[in-house]
Every structure is written in C-alpha cells, then in structure tokens.
Design a binder for this molecule. Structure first.
Ligand code: FES
Length: 212
C-alpha cells in the first residue's frame, strides 16, 4: 500500500485552513500561478498605512493540500507583521513548521509564499514604497505577463502563446493578444494585463490589442 504523504499538522491546516477567502477592497492583491502544475493562489491584504503592518490577510487556493496548508500557515505568520517582516516568511520555514512536506511538493509551498510576496509587492508599488526603482525593460514586461492567467488553460498567457507581440516605448506598453475581442475571457485578460503592468513606476500607458 502507498504510504500517505501528509502528516497530521498538514492535514489539520488542509481541512481547516486559516485566513481563507478574499478581502473586500484590499490594499494589495495578487494572483500567482505555478508553472510546475498550473495551479493558482490569490492573496489579498489590508495594511495599516502609518505602521505598514498587515492588519488582515486572506488567501484562496486552487491548488493541492500542500499549497492550502502552506497558504494557511504563511498567512498566519504574516498577519500582524510589518510588510518588511512578512517578506521574510519563506516557503522553507512554512514547510518546516508544517512538519515537512513531500519533496515533490516543494513548488506548492513556493507558490503560496510567492502569492504573499506578490500581494505585498503590489501594495508597495501602489503606495510608492518601492525604493529600488529600476527602469522597466522588455524583460520586466515579459515577467509581468507571465503572471497574467489564461483562464482557458490555467497557465499564464505567455506560456500558452496568447501574447502575439508586445512593445515598450517611452513608458507606453502595448500588448497584442491572440484572441478575438469578443471572446468571453478577452476583458478579464485585458484587465489583468493592465493590473499587472500599470503599477510599474515608469509606465504611463498600457494598451491591449486583440488580434485573434
Ligand atoms: Fe499544484 Fe500543489 S500540485 S499547488
């Protein structure tokens, strides 16, 4: 018989995860997808602006038990901490605190913690807290596009070849998407692209063109 891969702590967090859901009017939010398995996690945070303390945090997982358990424990650790301290929560710590996860499931923990970090980053960008202001390059844009989900496939729009082309000129970003404008997911993809790219400090305009 195959040995069951999860210990009691993991199962407890999986069955009764903490901080599950989505905050209304969050101050920071992110959806991250795993290239390894195609699963997704979303994280929303409320931040006290005077102290930069995370007042509240919720996550939603479309991933497996390891992902849900890591989401539960890492959001527990982040709650009540400053943004800087919450950034120090690592997937390894979370996995250790859960009493260990199967090695094959490391990417699930990484995904949960990346969701937390991306929500913090989103807050920082929107509130002018990013200090290392590197100029946006094509590489930056491509990286951001890899965080825009293709709801048809559950993977990002770059890996699923939905991005036909993109350009960056004088702070104006144009993305050409290989879908018809009337496609049921066109608007959602357009909004997601704008949401991921607009916070970049030196981007002034984001344009999405559908050429399906
Ligand atoms: Fe996808 Fe675990 S297998 S999050």
């Amino acid at each position: 018989m195959t040995k069951f891969p999860y210990n009691e702590t993991v199962l407890e967090h999986f069955k009764r995860p903490h901080n599950v859901g989505e905050l209304e009017d969050p101050d920071g939010k992110a959806i991250e997808g795993s290239p390894a398995c195609g699963d997704m996690v979303s994280v929303t945070i409320k931040v006290e602006p005077d102290t930069n303390v995370i007042d509240d945090i919720k996550f939603q997982s479309y991933g497996c038990a390891s992902n849900i358990a890591t989401g539960s424990i890492s959001t527990d650790r982040a709650k009540g901490k400053t943004l800087d301290d919450a950034k120090k929560v690592t997937w390894k710590q979370a996995a250790d605190e859960l009493g260990g996860l199967p090695a094959i499931k490391a990417h699930c923990s990484v995904l949960a913690v990346e969701g937390l970090r991306a929500a913090i980053r989103d807050y920082e960008e929107r509130h002018g807290l990013v200090t290392e202001r590197e100029p946006t390059t094509r590489k930056t844009i491509e990286k951001r596009l890899k965080h825009v989900m293709n709801p048809l496939m559950g993977l990002d729009i770059v890996r699923t070849d939905l991005v036909k082309d993109f350009s960056l000129e004088d702070g104006a970003v144009k993305v050409v998407v290989d879908l018809d404008e009337s496609h049921q997911f066109a608007q959602a993809i357009k909004d997601d692209i704008a949401e991921k790219i607009e916070p970049l400090w030196d981007v002034k305009l984001v344009e999405v063109e559908f050429a399906g």
